[in-house]
Design a protein around this ligand. Sequence first.
Ligand SMILES: [Zn+2]
Ligand SMILES: [Zn+2]
Length: 372
Amino acid sequence: MVKGDYYEVLGVSRDAGDDQIKSAYRKLALKFHPDRNPGDNAAEESFKEAAEAYAVLRDAEKRRIYDRFGHEGLEGRGFQGFSGFEDIFSNFGDIFEGFFGFGSGRSGRSRGRQGNSLRYDLELTLEEAFTGKEEEITFHRLEACDTCDGSGVAPGSEPQTCATCQGRGQVVRSQGFFQVSSTCPSCHGQGQIIMDPCDACRGGGKVRIKRNVTVKIPPGVDTGSQLRLRGEGEPGDYGGPSGDLFTVIHVKDHRFFTREGDALMCEIPISFVQAALGDTINIPLIGEKDEHPLDIRKGTQPGHVIKVSGKGMPHLQGNHRRGDLYIQVQVRIPEKLTQEQRELLEAFAETDGKKPSGKKKSKKNRWKRLVK
Ligand SMILES: [Zn+2]
Ligand SMILES: [Zn+2]
């Protein structure tokens, strides 16, 4: 971008005095101030341009160089202009004092403050986390008061400039050699005092209202997943953007499945006979109506894990892929036997050459045996 002539930018003559330059800059800064032109890039550029022109022309040394050698002369001496607003405000913060109703200094420096973000906790079943769903949620948030348009002032009346600080929002007191400025105690930095507050919001400018929004929950969410609805939080101050609404997901424990990322795990009990002989059993699957036939191989050991590919939870990225299902086999040993079962098992043991004695060994003997 070609830099404009600094005198033209400020609209002053080449022989303008310091006061003229300062006052020209104040006018432009006020006109193009970011708080008054939120999101307006052209205004932003003009604001920066004016600040740069002022930075040079207010400084006798820089102005002399500029008058003789132009922009190149300044660049040759390392003058860079400003990197951004912070830079401008930290250099000329003083010139903005009293410009804006809400005082000088920090609050005048930044753009309007963003509103608070809100959090909504939503509990889902594992099945709901599997399929995803649309959920209408109801919450309360602050909004600008309709009655007073957010000003906090009763309709028909006007806020009064704070007498303590003359609208600056700050008071300055001397402390030895120093001047210390602090937030005005009368108006709390607002620069204005509301004598006749709005009834609807008690002068706060905001009212709490109930709001419903529909949250679209994608398949595959897990505990801790956060869904962000931009701008559904509370409104900002001084024209700042609204905050966001975060829906935080909690997935309830399932009676059958546990989850680890996209993987699902479950345990199935089988009898020791099924483990020894093999069998086919039906297991329920998440998100599917029909049960899934699962082959138990003969000779399956307790704790054995069977993997069923692609029957876990869906990937949150929505690529139609699913995690896997891991089924751990629990082999049940019968605690009670009928006479007939006992005889069959004893007969089985004989075929194995390991017939139990039938007598219970004393605890003492058993320990001796174990430590040998
Ligand atoms: Zn109100
Ligand atoms: Zn005040």
